[in-house]
Write a protein that binds this ligand. Structure first.
Ligand code: HEC
Length: 622
């Protein structure tokens, strides 16, 4: 390890020398932050703190390979130097192919909207920028193969020097932006289509796009939030799946907007369409409700942690209904972090209110105000009983009160089928202290043919990336949702354009990566081993799946909450994923209670493991 230490010093010296050079010549420039996905679909943020003293960004193209010897040499300098290749000209598939072909095992970031490479001054393959992580200043700008490399590898003994620069002369085929977009006719439509569902007076966005002066004033921040993929708030990897109501902004729009801002956000001469617009968000976006519910008013203190609230509202109707759509409108959007809504035949006991809803209807979070049940399905709410809610309030510095309201829309006729919801979770998770890449996984096995409509990944401050993967009975598998840069501020429902048919025996596997290190700026306490908990300083592995059973009919239900609960239990206890629970896989309490004697009564087929039927039988108390 001595070599590493020496080398870190060496790198600091190079950075320092480079800074001196730039200080003498020109003012050192800051590299602005960005988030890009690499060829494998993982997200990389330039400013994400880690141990590297510097980040080297290098322009890549699949058609003009970089000298692999140069790359290999550079790789040896890791982790003091972090290397990110940036490709602005090829598709993700082409980049992945080139990576495999050229044997590159560095992340190749996909600059899909072609806004990052130009901002780094790249115009040829092999162009490089060295960024000092202590202040994000650019300490070297030039060719990866020349002076920089020789400096970096001139470490006696450890690494041999590499002759010659990377191939040069391959120009990056980047668009030439001679013409800046017109504010009124080009920029305003982009804002209307991508931003103004929220950024209007009375909308959930913190500021309204009400006139040119607002856009101009926020222009630098717009550039920043778009570059780091914070806005528009849509975090699914675009290479995986097709989604209804996708809020992703097209590459063209992104490029046009950013180029306009970088050109000084010129006003142009035409009238400002935003002044004419003055949109008001309608009170009920889906129209007059069939039933309006008011959740009891709650006082939120200025500071502190508010326990989850589980209010119930008596079902006021004297008939059975099928919910086909719903909207939740918070009384005070600043403090309502999220709301989950379901129904139950009777108000659950105080002690039981934290459990997952038996008859789930929808969840609200900013950007997820309304839910439409998939065509041909609905959520059945029988006469009597209660509507139940889970309310998460987060104080904002001033005391306030909240009265959240709900609009429900009912189908005229019973739909063909029930919409079901299943949560893939692990309430026994444990995330070790000071660990950057901890993964938690659980699965749910469909015991009949089913059709999946939508997915919601959910974790807290330490969750950084989530996936849902289908493992089919024939052994094949398919990633159906990847959220590589999970943002706790946004609880999105991802609804398939084409619902996914899954045969009996298919498993849906949900995984989340947690960063419980100090590099995660959202981490409240890296020293803590983090358990499951509702509050944001604890964690969850909680993947919600909306589906229907293909055989089920609205007049002939087949679903069983007991079977679903048993399958869910197997899905987080079955560490070896063989589909049944060995004695050693059971929780301590249960294993002790069963002992060797009772075990023989529950393992009815004597195969040494408890399968779905046996677990169900055990839980049913028979
Ligand atoms: C689904 C609703 C929604 C959409 C669509 C949306 N925003 Fe936002 N925006 C928000 C909310 C809520 C926040 C504050 C929370 C956050 O930053 O995540 C925000 C924050 C911002 C901020 C930062 C403000 C601050 O003070 O930190 C900017 C700038 C911004 N949005 C610009 C945009 C732009 C540009 C678009 C379109 C390309 C857009 N937003 C689309 C809801 C939205």
């Amino acid at each position: 390890m001595i070599y590493r230490v020496v080398f870190a010093c060496r790198l600091r010296a190079v950075l320092f020398a480079a800074m001196l050079i730039s200080a003498a010549g020109m003012a050192a420039e800051r590299a602005d932050n960005f988030v890009l996905l690499d060829h494998a679909g993982s997200a990389h943020e330039l400013y994400y703190g880690d141990s590297a003293a510097a980040v080297l960004l290098v322009a890549h193209s699949s058609s003009c390979p970089l000298d692999t010897e140069v790359l290999q040499t550079l790789k040896n300098v890791q982790p003091e130097l972090k290397i990110l290749l940036i490709n602005s000209t090829d598709s993700r598939a082409e980049i992945a192919r080139a990576a495999a072909q050229d044997g590159i095992d560095l992340p190749i970031l996909h600059d899909h909207a072609q806004i990052i490479a130009p901002s780094l001054g790249f115009d040829q393959v092999g162009d490089a920028v060295l960024v000092d992580t202590s202040g994000w200043q650019i300490s070297y700008q030039g060719d990866v193969g020349s002076a920089l490399l020789n400096e970096l590898v001139a470490q006696p003994g450890a690494i041999t020097s590499v002759q010659g620069p990377a191939p040069v002369g391959c120009r990056l085929n980047l668009p030439v932006n001679e013409q800046v977009a017109d504010y009124a006719s080009e920029i305003v439509p982009i804002l209307q289509n991508n931003c103004m569902a929220c950024h209007v007076e009375g909308g959930i966005g913190p500021w309204a796009m009400s006139e040119y002066a607002m856009i101009q004033g926020f222009a630098p921040m717009i550039r920043e939030v778009v570059r780091v993929k914070r806005m528009p708030p849509w975090h699914a990897d675009p290479a995986v799946g097709h989604w209804q109501h996708s809020a992703a902004m097209s590459d063209n729009d992104t490029q046009t907007l950013i180029n306009w801002i970088e050109a000084g956000a010129p006003r142009g001469t035409a009238d400002d369409p935003l002044l004419a617009e003055r949109q008001q968000t309608p009170q009920w976006p889906l129209g007059e409700p069939d039933l309006m519910l008011e959740i009891p008013t709650f006082d939120i203190p200025a500071t502190g942690v508010v326990d989850y609230q589980f209010p119930v509202v008596a079902n006021p109707l004297d008939r059975d209904v099928w919910v086909e759509a719903a909207t939740i409108v918070p009384g005070d959007t600043r403090v309502v972090h999220h709301v989950l809504m379901g129904s139950a035949e009777q108000a659950p006991a105080e002690s039981d209110r934290e459990s997952v809803f038996q008859n789930y209807i929808m969840g609200y979070a900013p950007g997820n105000e309304s839910a439409h049940m998939p065509a041909g399905t609905g959520v059945f709410v029988p006469v009597g009983g209660v509507y139940q809610f889970q309310m998460h309030y987060t104080p904002v510095g001033v005391a306030t009160t909240d009265t959240t309201r709900v609009a429900l829309y009912f189908a005229d006729e019973p739909p063909a089928n029930f919409l079901r919801q299943q949560v893939v979770l692990n309430p026994r998770l444990k995330i070790p202290a000071n660990t950057a890449d901890h993964v938690e996984t659980a699965y749910f096995e469909f015991w009949e043919d089913a059709t999946i409509y939508s997915l919601v990944p959910h974790s807290h401050y330490r969750g950084t990336a989530s996936t849902f993967v289908l493992e089919y009975p024939d052994g094949s598998s398919e990633t159906i949702l990847s959220v590589p840069n999970y943002d706790f501020n946004w609880q999105r429902t991802y609804s398939f354009v084409e619902p996914k048919a899954v045969p009996q025996g298919t498993r849906i596997v949900h995984s989340t990566v947690y960063d419980n290190s100090s590099a995660n700026p959202a981490n409240p306490d890296p020293e803590r081993e983090v358990p499951w908990g509702l509050q944001s300083h604890d964690e969850m592995l909680y993947g919600s799946v909306s589906f229907s059973w293909d055989k089920e009919r609205s007049d002939a239900p087949i679903h069983s909450n007991l079977t679903a609960g048993s399958a869910q239990f197997i899905g987080f206890m079955d560490k070896d994923k063989d589909g049944k629970l060995a004695k050693t896989e059971l929780p301590d309490g249960l294993r002790k209670r069963l002992g060797w004697f009772k075990w023989w009564f529950v393992d009815t087929n004597f195969d040494g493991g408890l399968d779905l039927a046996e677990i169900e039988e055990m839980f049913s108390g028979n």
